[in-house]
Design a protein around this ligand. Sequence first.
Ligand code: SAH
Ligand code: SF4
Length: 357
Amino acid sequence: MQAPTSRTAARGKPDLRSLTLPEISRIVAEMNEPAYRAGQIASWVYKKAVGSFEEMTNLSRSFRAELSDRACLNPLTIVQQSKSRHGPTMKYLFELGDGQKVETVLIGGSRRNTLCISTQVGCAIGCRFCASGLEGLARNMTSAEIVDQVVQVRKLAGDDRPINNIVVMGMGEPLANYSQVLRAVRIINADWGLGIGARRITLSTSGLVPKIYQLADEKIQFELSVSLHAADDRTRSEIVPINRRYPLKQLMKACRHYTGVTDRIITYEYVLLKGVNDRFQDAEHLVRLLKKDKCKLNLIPYNPVRGLPYETPDEYRRTVFADALRAGGLHLTMRRERGRDIDAACGQLRLAESRKA
Ligand code: SAH
Ligand code: SF4
């Protein structure tokens, strides 16, 4: 399926929710309108989260009509909202303009709220345990679609639950949709956009080595998570197929380069899969691989996906594994299982929907 190219949505007009303030300023200048109008438009689009030109009430009708000749505003449609029984986790299923569906998850309590956003419809990487990759990649999301997840959920969550953290860990491999994702996170970061600090925006990758080098050279440096899931090439290639193209040695070199250039500490994500990567030898490999690095390690209990053979180890096994890593000198965190009852992991809600259909 063909994605709308770059920022250009239907009918060749850019979507306002994909534009930077300088780009909006250029449109305003072409319209011979005063420069401050650009800030007003950005504020309507990003801060006030309006879904149409008509709602921009401090702009005249004729100005809005001319603006709508030059740009469009096509918000995503929310088709499902579900709340976890066990806590405040919320999951949103959005429909895109062409009927594709993506998911966005709001995690956290009242003060610290993290939004997990999607960047692709499906995923081409095909990690064996992941729901997102099961049906391959349908298409990349545009920057407007990526940004709109934050704009809309922020409005829905309101002031009681301010969104102050973004993790690009929903459906898709963000670095495989590099230019749209970078445009989106810049807008999410900008003061005139959503105003969320770069240190509060985390990109997660399965290990696209050349893109990690490219990311290190960006002027804004975001936090980086790397989905490791195994510390030897044989196991990793089995469960994270991109490892065959960029094996651990290359990946670790790129990660060390990223930390060297940006001074940002990488978080390695490790989904625990019973009998696959939670054995004693896996702990040994992990200690050997990471013990000299300044990094964080996050152990994640696997969220089972219907139809896939993987299971999460029980609590005892998880504790034994974590203890072995600590004994080897690694610092780690263990993610709590949150929102399992609403399929709050990567790609699972969309999969459940498509299986219902
Ligand atoms: N494609 C990127 C970002 C999206 S996936 C990446 O792979 O990093 C975000 C994280 O969720 C990854 O660490 C991924 O391995 C993990 N994940 C995928 N399916 C999961 C599941 N069923 N249970 C727990 N974590 C899962
Ligand atoms: Fe894609 Fe990430 Fe899922 Fe792997 S874990 S299939 S890279 S979304």
